[in-house]
Design a binder for this molecule. Structure first.
Ligand code: UDP
Ligand code: MG
Length: 325
């Protein structure tokens, strides 16, 4: 960078993970581009600020579209994964790539469900000295009643499990260079960024916005992926389920003792043959309880297994972003 005397604006990179987003990309480029151009014009961010698209192994024309836009605008760049690694890994890849050149980074979904007008507000908070600015949605009208309900239950559960999350904030946030550098020191493979970011610390702020409907294409988070994500969140952050097993075990033993006393009394009164139903109940209930417990432990062992292997979180096949600096 040239050593100029005048005040140097800070470089912003907006990171956009994309998985089969050909339907939304042109509009996304247009709208995000406008916001970025305005901020550059108003000298709120440096003129080599960028929008970085992370193609998460899309099977449609996403990558060729990104390449087309790269030629049209200097501020557009892309990196391409060798295959699909998932939303969270795409975000980390974007941050890993962008942190080398940027002073601040914003992550946002490609479908622009999150209001892009919050971006200048986030940047303002950054200039006020905040390292992390959470985008917090103040409505959930556009979600189905089911998604609203499950989200609520999930936040509640996470809080009870001792995971510190910012309610109603997803992966729409600004992070400063040092916040991202700290986040990237978290080496876990099972990523749950919205639980990890608050652990980074540093001064933070919130920006409120209304979440919109996806304007084209369909959700890449079907119910199955959503449940997996929620369970990952819990087991990556909390050992409470393991401790619950202990409580459960104690409870079962307690019931067992009562049954023992009951059986003994029955015996004293001579009703000896009445054993079949209680036997059946104990076998089935205990069998079920044991299976649940084993599966919970298995979940953690599975996590340890994937952490121990230490496989790369992502593999970048092409990086057009770094070339642009
Ligand atoms: N996404 C991704 N990899 C995946 C699934 C999703 O990069 O395997 C991206 C997707 O392109 C979008 C963001 O993650 O930019 C959020 O996905 P989506 O909007 O489908 O989720 P929803 O808003 O329905 O929760
Ligand atoms: Mg979406």
């Amino acid at each position: 960078m040239k050593g100029q005397v005048m005040r140097k604006e800070k470089i912003l990179t907006i990171i956009v993970p994309c998985y089969n987003e050909e339907a939304v990309l042109p509009e996304t480029v247009k709208e995000l581009g406008e916001v970025l151009e305005n901020m550059i014009d108003e000298r709120k961010v440096a003129d080599n600020s960028k929008i970085l698209f992370v193609d998460d192994g899309s099977k449609d024309k996403t990558w060729s579209l990104i390449q087309k836009f790269e030629e049209q605008h200097d501020y557009i760049a892309g990196i391409k994964f060798s295959r699909n690694f998932g939303h969270q890994n795409a975000l980390v890849a974007g941050l890993t790539t962008a942190v080398n050149y940027s002073d601040m980074m914003i992550t946002i979904d490609a479908d622009l469900q999150d209001d892009i007008n919050a971006i200048p507000k986030m940047v303002r908070k950054y200039h006020e000295g905040k390292d992390i600015v959470y985008g917090v949605r103040n409505n959930r009208d556009t979600d189905t009643a089911f998604k609203r309900k499950t989200a609520l239950v999930f936040y509640d559960l996470m809080k009870k499990l001792g995971v510190n999350m910012v309610p109603n904030s997803a992966d729409y946030r600004l992070m400063s260079k040092r916040a991202v550098e700290t986040l990237l020191q978290f080496k876990e493979r099972n990523l749950f960024l919205r639980g990890m970011v608050p652990m980074v610390g540093f001064p933070s702020a919130k920006v409120y916005y209304a979440r919109k409907e996806r304007f084209a294409g369909e959700s890449k988070y079907p119910l199955k992926k959503m449940i997996k994500f929620a369970l990952d969140g819990i087991t990556s952050f909390s050992t409470v389920p393991i401790k619950l097993i202990m409580g459960l075990g104690i409870g079962v033993v307690f019931i067992g003792i009562i049954l023992m006393i009951y059986t003994f009394i029955q015996r004293c009164f001579g009703h000896v043959v009445a054993g079949w139903s209680s036997m059946m109940i104990s076998i089935w209930v205990l069998g079920g309880v044991q299976m649940i417990c084993i599966s919970v432990i298995g979940e953690y062992i599975g996590k340890i297994y994937s952490e121990v292997k230490g496989r790369p979180r992502f593999t970048i096949e092409e990086d057009d972003y770094s070339d642009k600096f």
